[in-house]
Design a protein around this ligand. Sequence first.
Ligand SMILES: [Cu+2]
Length: 369
Amino acid sequence: MTTSPATTVKRLAVAATAIALVTAVAVVATRDTAAAGGVSSVAASIPVRSMPTVRGSEVAILTAAPNVPPPITRDYATKVIVNLESVEKTMKLADGVDYTFWTFGGTVPGSFIRIREGDEVEFTMGNHHTSTVPHNIDLHAVTGPGGGAKASLTMPGGESVFTFTALNPGLYVYHCAVAPVPAHIANGMYGLILVEPKEGLPKVDHEFYVMQSEFYTTGKYGEKGLQTLDMEKGIAEQPTYVVFNGAVGALTGDNALQAKVGETVRLFVGNGGPNLTSSFHVIGEIFDNVYTEGGSVAQHNVQTTAIPAGGSSMVEFRVEAPGELVIVDHSIFRAFNKGALGILNVSGKQQDKVFAAVKGIGVNDKGGH
Ligand SMILES: [Cu+2]
């Protein structure tokens, strides 16, 4: 086959254009990196995720909210074995109100899973033999079809296994994705998985797991007895309950979170939805750091952070004064009329310089707005 001079010239021109484009992209990337001070190469380009050599194996520690598994101290990737079972279970939704929850690990929200960037996860999804329907799991931390949904479809009494490598660090929601998906989520099938960055997270005094979600019941708010899912209310996005950690009062009274003056707190906050975006706020505190949407960049000095359904946020703050901090969805009817209210009890000596009630009918109050 012969090539005409004209064709050769055309090909050379195309090649030159391609080289010019590549050079231009390289220049732009360099400029972006420089603009970001070289700190965030992620902002400058789409990174190639490394697939580190995996050493050894371990079984993941899973915890029920508000507890979080201990920080990862390993400085290498390993094979992490996660065993999670879906269980359908009748539990308390509010005082005198029961609900047959569909759960991951027997709790709402589901068990907290903590792994490290680069870990290879062998995930075993079980479905308890008493379950009435199949379940599966879609982990937003998974790079792969359906976040593992199809591969993990499990009949009652069955078990499925799939593997994935945690390519991206961050705080991710997981949920059931069996049809009808909204019903499985509305019944309580969601939780959080934290993929710790390779460099780890800064040490804090307390880490807590808080997850908001809605319940759509046939009865009104507070109506006694066993309640069931009202699909029409779900479709209309008009929840009967909006709660933290699966029930009204899951974070109040004896269940309130505890910290001492001067300590640092990190909240891993998720929103299972299925419908609402949370206006997440802690009354009497300002978030020093907010890792918006569970990502890698921290915003500072934030009052209220938006957490979408199927999303998360990591908030950090130091508690400088004693009293009851009130955790709410600042879409405030939800807090006072639908259950989205929790307490972080800060004990310790009064810090008058930080805050002092001086005169008035509220001077003996423990705090509040
Ligand atoms: Cu399910």
